[in-house]
Design a protein around this ligand. Structure first.
Ligand code: ES4
Ligand code: ZN
Length: 319
């Protein structure tokens, strides 16, 4: 798989590999409940989104300094480069790091240094997207977003992630309006574990430019029709959906159906260190399972570029 692709659904903290977690824990004097690689690896059996998030938030305690963020960003970009990625729109969770007492300017400076290195070394272009927790009050998101905007921090957009069920997009209407008014791009996780209605809300109320996951749109034919008509990008993460039990096996994944319906789907890796592989592994899983033709693969790659926040000339270079 060497089609040029854009990685649009990737959580930086989800690229933290077990070996790196233990090394950074030692370096930063952080005590983890699972001190050996074996014990840590034994935690990677998930029954749903929440069981994953519990481990994901616990492990990121090892990230302390700007250098840590730079290191994992660069390590991820090298891996992305090896799987054919030419452009990355990277998510990170400001609340996760603020909660642990880190300074947002340092977190962002570290990530930005890594992104700049990726551009210089491998020519990978980038955008940076701050994702807010839907399980936390919208006031928390709003306060952080105001700071990000007023202090002119280098982010390109906002997203919405974490536990989905019980936290409908409508709760974040004001946050997203404020982001849009300030020229930020807007995306949201919706229809991963949550119902199709959350996708409708994300589009109508948050006015998002992309839906992250979106696989449950298939439960609402009118919504599918609309997503097709509007060519709304859906960033689908096959290995994530299997590991978090949104689908039973890769054979049960709706990707083929979504493609056949004319939905604008692209393939992404979500939290590759947790779900068994980077973008190449996600492509390989669906190519093998659904016998995707070269043309199908080209459509998926093209959708990723078209769904990105690159400007038209930069998109044209990758198409
Ligand atoms: C996430 Cl797979 C997934 N879903 C929602 N929020 C997330 N944060 C990191 N990975
Ligand atoms: Zn995600």
């Amino acid at each position: 798989m060497k089609l040029p692709v854009a990685e649009l659904h990737i959580h930086l903290e989800g690229t933290l590999e077990p070996e790196t977690i233990l090394r950074l824990a030692g370096q930063n004097n952080i005590e983890l409940p699972w001190p050996s690689l074996e014990e840590l690896r034994a935690q990677y059996n998930f029954s749903n989104l929440q069981s994953f998030l519990d481990l994901f938030y616990a492990n990121m305690a090892v990230l302390r300094t700007a250098a840590d963020f730079q290191e994992i960003t660069t390590a991820y970009l090298l891996r992305a480069h090896e799987s054919g990625v030419r452009h990355v729109e990277l998510f990170f969770d400001p609340q996760a790091h603020l909660e642990r007492g880190l300074i947002l300017a340092e977190v962002i400076a570290g990530i930005r240094a890594g992104l700049d290195e990726g551009l210089a070394r491998w020519g990978i272009t980038h955008r940076l997207i701050a994702c807010f927790w839907r399980h936390a009050p919208a006031e928390s998101a709003m306060e952080i977003l105001r700071t990000l905007v007023q202090e002119k921090h280098a982010i390109d957009g906002i997203g919405l992630d974490s536990s989905e069920l019980g936290y409908p997009p409508i709760l974040f209407q004001e946050v997203f309006a404020y982001a849009r008014e300030n020229g930020l791009h807007v995306v949201a996780h919706a229809g991963e574990e949550g119902p199709a209605e959350y996708i409708v809300q994300a589009i109508d109320l948050l006015k998002v430019e992309r839906i992250d996951h979106g696989i449950r749109c298939l439960e609402d034919p009118a919504l599918v029709q609309r997503l097709v008509a509007e060519q709304m990008p859906l960033t689908v993460c096959p290995l994530s959906n299997v590991r978090l039990r949104a689908v039973d096996t890769i054979a049960d994944h709706p990707l083929r159906q979504m493609l056949d319906l004319g939905l604008k789907v692209s393939i992404h890796s979500d939290d590759p260190a947790y779900f068994g592989g980077y973008l190449d592994a996600n492509f390989a899983a669906v190519i093998g399972q659904f016998d995707l033709s070269r043309e199908d693969q080209a459509v998926l790659a093209r959708n990723s570029v078209e769904g990105s926040f690159l400007d038209a000339p930069a998109k044209a270079m990758l198409l």
